[in-house]
Structures are given as C-alpha cells and as structure tokens.
Design a protein around this ligand. Structure first.
Ligand code: ATP
Ligand code: MG
Length: 171
C-alpha cells in the first residue's frame, strides 16, 4: 500500500472557526507518533485554526500561535506537536537546516502550513488537509487526502469523524 493515495478525498464543511477547530480536535484522537499533516490553502483559510484544534485534541495547553516568523514551534501534549509554517522558506535546504527529518523521527506529530511548498523535502506518507474559502464569510470547505499508507490505514475512522461535517445536500 506504500504510495497509495485515497481515491476520493473526504470532504467536509465548517461554518465557523470553532467548528474547524472541533473537527481538527476530533482528528487528533487518531494521531500516532510520526504522523505528518500538510495544511494547504490560501492565507486566512484556517490552517492555524486547524492546528489549534488539533493541538487541543492532543492535550496541548499552551496557546498555539502562527509560527510564521519563527518557522517552527514545538508543543507538549499526549504526543509532541511540531507546528511548522513553510510560507517563508525559499529553499528546500532550509528544511534540512531546520532539522525537519530529525523532527519526524521523534515520537511527535508534525503539522506543516503551506506544506505543499516543501513537498520534495518531506516523506511521501502524510495526510493532506486542503482548506478553501466558500461563499459565506465563515464557511470553509475541507478536503482530506491520504498519501501513502499511514493515514489510509485509518481512513474509516477518519471518515466517521468527517461525516459530521458534511456540506448540505443542496449546496
Ligand atoms: N470556518 C472557519 N474555519 C476556520 N477559520 C475561519 C472560519 N470562518 C472564519 N474563520 C476565520 O478565518 C481566519 C483563519 O485564520 P488562520 O490564521 O487560521 O488562517 P491561515 O490559513 O493559517 O492563514 P495564513 O496563511 O496567514 O497562516 C480566522 O480569522 C478565523 O476566525
Ligand atoms: Mg497560519
């Protein structure tokens, strides 16, 4: 199953920042050491909000803030959480300099905002969470895709969580 990509993304819709956090918080229950999650989406779509909910789900009590200027933040929870913002990384070498490969070897979970920008420097086994704006100001569409086997193995459990955040049939 290595290299497998889920055929169809799991789709969800949230109508508030709290709901995006709640969805991410629920997903964190499924997290295991070594997990990588790429948060992909335009500025303001909710990547950091997702990270905040996910961190809460891991039991992080510290406030999770955007790591834009420091590039990477580390938090302690049930598992450690590395929160990376790749927006300002201009060269893949910077990923190596930050020690991303070493961080992935730790018993930790890594969330990468703008993860698609540094894809060649990351292992090809991750969950991609794509966030998009929707017509309503507080609405977001999320699409979850598993690349590789790690998240694919949890697909059913993931789908059960995502089921609660379905777009209206009329949309
Ligand atoms: N359904 C929603 N989900 C997430 N955020 C929402 C939602 N509705 C409104 N928002 C608002 O959108 C903003 C999302 O900001 P956030 O910092 O999480 O985005 P980001 O994708 O991390 O941006 P950046 O690329 O600048 O890091 C917040 O102000 C939040 O309150
Ligand atoms: Mg952000």
């Amino acid at each position: 199953m290595v290299g497998a990509v889920s055929d169809q993304p799991l789709r969800a819709r949230t109508t508030s920042v709290e709901q995006t956090r709640a969805l991410a918080c629920a997903l964190a229950d499924l997290a295991v050491a070594g997990d990588l999650i790429l948060l992909v989406g335009e500025m303001g779509t909710g990547k950091t909000a997702f990270a905040q909910g996910f961190g809460a789900g891991l039991g992080v009590t510290e406030q999770i803030t955007s790591p834009t200027f420091t590039i990477v933040h580390e938090y302690t929870g049930r598992l450690s959480l590395h929160h990376l913002d790749a927006y300002r990384l201009e060269h893949l070498q910077e990923v190596a300099d930050l020690g991303v490969a070493e961080m992935l070897d730790e018993p930790a979970v890594m969330l990468v905002e703008w993860g698609d920008a540094i894809l060649p420097a990351l292992p090809a086994d991750y969950l991609e969470v794509r966030l998009e704006f929707a017509p309503d100001e507080d609405e977001r569409r999320l699409a979850l895709t598993s690349v590789g086997s790690k998240w694919f193995a949890r697909w059913r459990a993931l789908a059960e969580i995502i089921e609660q955040y379905q777009p209206d049939a009329s949309c």
